[in-house]
Design a protein around this ligand. Structure first.
Ligand code: GAP
Length: 428
């Protein structure tokens, strides 16, 4: 039943233009996906809401946008060259590769004969310039975080922040995962929304607790069902090389509980190592006492694509023969659909066009005049459009339209000149 949910969501995503398999006309490329018009709107809404909440509305968080390719010394200092590895085993018969710390799926025709585990570095390597040799090797960043540590001093000198403060960034990260899969859950290329929150070393625990609350509330405000979420603390032996304490928010995906976001206490691991390896002074000077120290870091990290997957799975509902994506209106690709009841009455089509054109510039709005009204409602339900506006014969008499609600399927009449206000109120 649960895996059926994943199949249904994958199929809906492809059919309606949320997510397409990558490079499909060339037979695809495993574990790469492209986002269609609706998926692109969904991702953009997730990013904007996150940015508004954690950057724009806060005066203690500074935005940044750093390069995907960085000096390879960054990854030596950060510990990624040596430690960003997964244990890999390979079947000597079929040469399939698996993570040694995950259950190995059985093969139909043979028993896997596995090699001893060896460490496999997950960073994608590339070369700068025309000649490939070890001296010009570079990496696609496996996390956006390092761009923020490397620019720590630039932010200090240009913004002069006091502690605690954060640096935030949204951007792509790349990992040569051994076992990618489960649709857009684990891919080779993905996007992160990360904050490095710098605190006085004595205050990391309160910052950690406060971020736990903020991350949880963000998900509930997006409309994710609380019963599908839980916190899971990492055991000592599964902590990343930089972390002293990590807790993940897990979501109950159709394939089981899985990491959605992470919250890590990185202490002064990154600033101290970059300071040592670059010989730049990355300490903070307390203006009151002149004391110099490395601030400690609490890092909330959010996957954009895993957020999209969670929202789609969580919102997918079947009611009789109706499929409804009960997305929070704030993340829904379209907020409103506008229809003329009939296609052959000029005044009705004209009025509907007028409303559509007026809305389009203020709200994400879609036009539909195909098929009958019932079919149009179903088509909008399936992509999560919260409201449908229909212009009909009565509109010509009293300047009202029908507004139909996605979740209740109820219809009410609203005056045209009150419509925008009505929607704005609902979207607050
Ligand atoms: N800077 C810390 C860091 O990168 P992480 O737990 O390795 O921590 C952060 O990654 C988040 O990025 C995860 O919680 C998840 O949402 C997302 N993520 C990680 N690997 C991913 C992958 N292969 N595909 C899609 N999303 C991924």
């Amino acid at each position: 039943m649960k895996n059926l949910l994943m199949e249904k969501v994958v199929s809906l995503c492809k059919r309606r233009g949320f997510v397409f398999p990558g490079s499909l006309i060339y037979g695809g490329l495993a574990n790469t996906w492209d986002y269609g018009p609706l998926g692109t709107c969904l991702l953009q809404n997730i990013r904007s809401l996150w940015w508004e909440r954690f950057v724009t509305k806060r005066d203690d968080i500074y935005p940044l946008e750093t390069g995907i390719i960085m000096n390879p010394r960054v990854w030596q200092a950060s510990g990624h060259t040596a430690s960003f590895t997964d244990p890999l085993v390979e079947c000597k018969v079929c040469h399939q590769r698996f993570r040694a710390d995950h259950e190995v799926p059985e093969s139909g025709d043979h028993k896997h004969d596995l090699t001893e585990p060896r460490s496999f570095n997950l960073m994608f390597e590339t070369h700068i310039g025309p000649v490939e040799d070890t001296s010009n090797a570079a990496y696609l960043r496996p996390e956006t975080a390092q761009g923020m540590f490397v620019n720590f001093k630039n932010v200090l000198t240009t913004e002069r922040p006091s502690l605690p403060f954060g640096i935030a960034q949204i951007g792509k990260a790349f990992r040569n995962e051994i076992t990618p899969g489960n649709f857009i859950f684990r891919t080779l290329e993905f996007e992160q929304m990360e904050i490095e929150y710098f605190v006085h070393p004595e205050h990391w625990e309160e910052a950690f607790e406060s971020w736990k609350e903020s991350m949880w509330k963000w998900l509930l405000d997006l409309g994710v069902k609380e019963e599908n979420l839980k916190w899971r603390a990492h055991a000592k032996d599964e902590l990343s090389h930089y972390s002293k304490r990590t807790e993940d928010i897990e979501y109950e995906f159709p394939f089981g509980w899985g990491e959605l976001y992470g919250l890590a206490y990185r202490a002064d691991f990154d600033l101290r190592n970059h300071s040592e390896k670059s010989s730049e002074d990355l300490m903070f000077t307390d203006p009151a006492t002149n004391a110099k120290f490395f601030p400690h870091v609490v890092e909330p990290t959010f996957g954009v694509n895993r957020t999209a997957l969670t929202l789609l799975l969580d919102a997918y509902t079947e009611e009789g023969d109706r499929v409804v994506l009960k997305l929070n209106p704030k993340v829904a690709p379209y907020k409103v659909a506008v229809f003329p009841l009939v296609a052959n009455r000029e005044e009705i089509v004209g009025k509907a066009r007028e409303i559509y054109n007026g809305f389009r510039l203020r709200l994400s709005t879609v036009w539909d005049n195909r098929g009958n009204i019932g079919k149009r409602y179903y088509a909008q339900d399936e992509i999560g459009t919260p409201w449908c506006v229909t212009v009909d014969y009565q509109t010509l008499e009293d300047k009202t339209v029908t507004v139909r609600d996605r979740d209740s399927a109820e219809q009410i009449r609203v005056k045209i000149d009150k419509l925008l206000e009505w929607f704005s109120e609902k979207l607050k």
